[in-house]
Each structure stands twice: as structure tokens, then as C-alpha cells.
Design a protein around this ligand. Sequence first.
Ligand code: DGJ
Length: 727
Amino acid sequence: MKKLKFVLLFLLSSASAYAQSEYVHITTPNTSLVLYAKAGETPQVLYYGARVAGVDDILNSGTGIWYDAMPAFGTSAFNEPAVQATHADGNMSLVLAVEQVAQQHNNGVTTTGVTLKDPAYPFYLKLCYKTYDDSDVIEAWTEIRHDEKQPVTLHRFASCFLPVYPGDHWLTRLEGFQLNESNIIEEPLLRGTKMVRNRDGVRNAQCSNPSFMVTLDGRPSESTGNVIAGTMIWSGNYKLLFTTDYANVLNISAGIDEQGSQYRLPRGETFITPTVALTFSQRGKGQATRNFHSWARKHVIPASDKPRDILLNSWEGVYFDVDQQVMNEMMGEFAALGGELFVMDDGWFGDKYPRNNGETSLGDWMVCKQKLPEGIEGLVRSADDKGIRFGIWIEPEMANTRSELYEKHPDWVLRHSNREPQTGRGGTQVVLDLTNPAVQDHVFSVVDNLLTANPRIAYIKWDANMALADYGSPYLPRDRQSHIFIEYHRGLQKVLERIRAKYPDVVMQACAAGGGRANYQLLKYFNECWTSDDTDALQRLYIQWGYGSFFPANTMACHVSASPNHQSGRIIPLKFRFDVAMTGRLGMEMHPKTLTDDEKAFARAAIETYKQIRPIVQQGDLYRMISPYDARRTASLMYVAPDKRDAVFFAWQMEYFLRQPTVRYFMDGLDPTAQYRLTEINKDPKSKREFASEGKTVSGDYLMTRGLSLPLSREFASIVIRLERIN
Ligand code: DGJ
């Protein structure tokens, strides 16, 4: 065996003890991942958890896991292999031994690479890790290449494999469907394998989100217990496996779902798996959430430090009935409420086939002149006159079979040459073949043309309402048809890279029949996600609770809509609707003219209030106290500014029973030694109820350990309290 080449370009000081040793220490401010990586041997995971000073405690306590860092198929796989390949000569076995370790630190970022080689073949797999000096997240992925004479077929290619010490493991994850996304499911991980996956092809968070938390020592708790959490930075099909083996070790593997996606890897190409972001918390799920939020705001989401506009989206106001007059009217009404941006949703385009419903026109991104005689230019002008910005809806990855685009390029859609294409919405929707560079150019030009012709467009809502049903690409050669699921998303990434390079300042929303695309791959390019097509404030509490467990508030689009709600028929007071929507990026989704004068006055004041608390909500740390999932008929959370000088507390009475037990509302995340002045904000001027602590000062310690009782004694009562540190 070759001797270990330990290329140590930089070492964190605490790791210097291992400079010449066989241990690799990957650290963040509060966490450590320790690998055993001796030359010529199979790399092992020893430890992932709270930061350790050195490897001695792990070795001396005998608590190291000592499991393969990337179990390979063919010679010893006991558990599920994380990687499997067929060599050019047909041999199906893989052995991965350490060849080289490199660690580098530049500008606050440390990258670690552990290169593995098959002793019998020129086949290499690099375990890659990236960490930041200011975030408790480890990004992990692998890079696979070979020098074999013919292509190698990759059957499995997990991004990351993580064994976890035996314990009482519980999984927290998000499940749902359109109109009810991101429901939190918590379940014990018993012996055997639990699989979470998505095979939609386009909208990988439509049903199950590619994110998880694993509680290590018992039932999940918000503020106590050890938690490992992960989220895949990938917009396509994925598979998360949680296997509790014969020794009660939990083996977590995360990566692309390989079903139908065997990858023929030619010599000279490097196959880079998607990244998985991992975090560890010693303080329950809440800290895991905050770790992700802080990392995402600092290192993932574009322009995350910029305040997000309060917007009105036209969809639930007029649906497809877009025309110049009604758009102008909505803009005028919204501007008068203090709104900042207007978004014209579906229905504005199509020449030969005007878009009046979901059956036609996707692909024909020219203005429908009958509806909008002055074009987008006229609308932007009108928005300008009213002092607000303008945004627009598109669905550029799609076409309808009734469109000029499809008539011209029937070969641009994913389909089988000997079958009729599968259609979605409207019985005519199809997915464009983004594996094809010409189609990538088309999708780029949809955005580019819109923005070059109308440089004042400030916002794009990018929808995607169809799954990848037909697994056939007219573009890819026969021997690469199994690459479609992967190449589609690589193609999408290329388009988004180009858009972001040319238009860094346009705010973009990822929407996919609602929250079907909430993932960190898209959040590298998109500033926010449409959380759900369900705008019912009561159900949104659950949906937003789930979404917010992994993704920060400034990416969570939350709109106040009409009452009765269009999806559920539920009647909910305007204040409650605002109080729910104000916990994310506030917006509205209705025609404001349907509000009464009193409601308009309330909405105007609420929008003004949100502007005051926007920095705390959009940049603050989230603390969840009473979960709606706990069925206590009430819920509460708060955002605390990083310096703990400011905070906003929210509580909602979701249901009210007479003489129900009184609830104490504890706060969290405050400085216990500080004094905070409490002020109720976003008050309903007609309400007679009193907030007993109005204007009073209470210590952070008291608020967190003794709490408050709140006047929420009726269904859909809600309260928002501003806390300002006074000392
Ligand atoms: C689905 C989205 O989720 C909605 O918000 C809306 O944009 C419609 N598509 C428009 O067709």
C-alpha cells in the first residue's frame, strides 16, 4: 500500500495534534466530525457530535463508532452499501482505501478531502467536507472519477454516510402534499430501515422534504437533547435511509435516489454528488433549526441580508382574469395600504393561445395584448407611478401541448418517441427537456428577454406544476437515458447560474404547485419559496412550523388571503391572518378592494407594524415554544435579534374551550440578565381585551422561566408582543 500522503495545507489549531496522525478532525465552532483515515485502510467514522478538543476522549472512553465512512458494495457490505459500481471489466466489487488527506483553510472556509482508491482499479472516490468559521454546519459530498479504459457504471452514490451511536433514536421529518405541505412527522427509528425519498423528478419537496432531524436520546424536544439534522442541497429525486442495524447503530445515508438513474461514468469525468448539509445540536431541535437558518442566511440564500418587500400577489384575487385595469386597481389599492411590490401571477401571456386557464400557452411568453394592451411596460410604469415595485409569474420549465412552442419544438419535451406524452395540469402540460442545451438556452431566454425588455421587473415568481412523468429524453443518447433525472437538474442549475450571474438583484421565488420545491439547492438561486397554496391561516401555522424547522423566515412566503379562505372555506379574523403571515415574509393574496374600510385601516397599520419588526423576523433567531402539533389548542414562537436587544413574540389561540386549563406562555432566547419592555403590537383597535403587562418591564429570566398569562380566551385570538431591552 502507498503511504498516506497527508497534504495539510492548513490546520485548525485544535486539530494540530493530529497533523501527522491518522485522524481527521472536521470542526465547526461547536461541533466535531472525527474520521480515522490511515493510508491503505478503509476510512472510518469515529464521532459526530459536540465539539471535542481531541480524539483522546473518544478513544479512551471507547465510544468511537468505528464504522465505514462510505460502505462499498462487493466484498463486505453487511448493511446497505452507500456506493456501488461496476468496473469497466464487469467486476462488481469495490474496495475503498485511504490514499490522501488534504485540509485547507481560506477566508473562513475549511475544505477537507479524503481521497480513497480501489487497490485493484484506478477508481477514486473523494469524501469532501466544507465548513465555515461562523456556522455549525458541515457540508458533505463525494467526487467519483476513474482511469479505467471504458465507462464505469455507478449504481449507488450516496453523498454522505453517517453512523450514529446506539440510542433511543427518533426521526423528525416533513411530509405532505399540495395544500398541506411540510407536516411534521415524528417517529421512533426501530430496527430495520426507514426510507424517505422523492421521485417526482421536478418538485422534490412536493410530498417529503429532503430534510431530517434525528434525536439521539429519546423523544424529540424543542430545547433539550442531542440532535443530528441534515438537509440535501439538491432539487431532484433523493433518498434518505435510516437503518438501525443488528448492533443498534443507526446508519444514515443521504443522496440521489438511484432508481432508474444508473450513471455511466466515462474516464476523465468527475461525478460530483449533491451536497448534504449536516448539523448537530446539544439543545434539541430548536438549536438545530437555528444552526441551519444562520448558515443559510450567511452562505446559501442570495442577498439574504436585504429586507424582503411586502408584496401583493394577484393569484387568489383574480386567478386567470388578469387585465390592465384590474392590475392597476390592485396596485393602487395595495400601494395605499403601504405595500411595496405587486406580483402579476398566471394569465398574462399567450398570443395565438391566450392563457385563460391551465390548458394552454405555457412556453409562449409574450404578453397577451387583448388583456394588457400597454404590455408589461405599461404595468411597470403604473407600479412606478404608485411608488411600488413590479414582479411577474412564469413557469419556464414547462409547455402546454396547446402552445406555439410545442408546435414548433415537439422534440423539446421529455417524452418517449413511440408513445404519446404524459400530460399534467389542464390535460396538456408537459415538461421541457432540460438535459438539452438548446432548451436550457430557451429557458434562460424566457427570463433574459423579460428582464432585458423590462429592466424594472424586480421580482420573478418561478412556478413548476408538473412532475417528470415521461422518463425519455429526445436529446440524450440511448446509453445515457438513465441520466435524465440527474441531467434535468444539472440543466436547471446551469440556467439558474446564468440568470444569477446576469441578474443578481432580481428577487426570485421558487414555487412548485405551492411548496413543492423547498430545498437548499434552489435556495442558492431563489430568495424565497412559496410555502403552500393553502393560505388558510390556521393550517398555515402547521405548514409554516414545519417549513421553518429547516428554512429561515426570510425565505418563507406567507400571504394574508380572503375570508372565507378559498381553499378551506374557514372564516378567520384579519388580525389572526396577519399575525400568522407576519412570522415570515409578509404578503397579501387577495384583491384588496374586497376589504371593508375598517379592514383596510387594520391592514395598513399591520403592514406598517411589520416594517418595524421586519429586521427581527427576517434576520432574527427563531425560538419555538408551544407547537401547534402538541394539540394544546394554542401555539407560540418568537424571533430574537442576534444581539438580544429586540424580540417579537407571537401567540395564537387555535381553538378555545371554556374553562380549559390556563396556559403559561414562556419565552425563550432572551438575555436572562436583561430587562425588557413589553408592548403589544398589531392590536385590533376594536378589541376590548387588555394585555396586563403593557408598557411594563420584566426580566429576561422571569419571562423565560415563569412566563406570562395572556388574554387569548376565544378561538382565533392572537397576540404579538414587542420586547425591547432597556438596560
Ligand atoms: C400554482 C401556484 O402555486 C399558485 O400560487 C399560482 O401561481 C398558480 N400555480 C398559477 O397557475
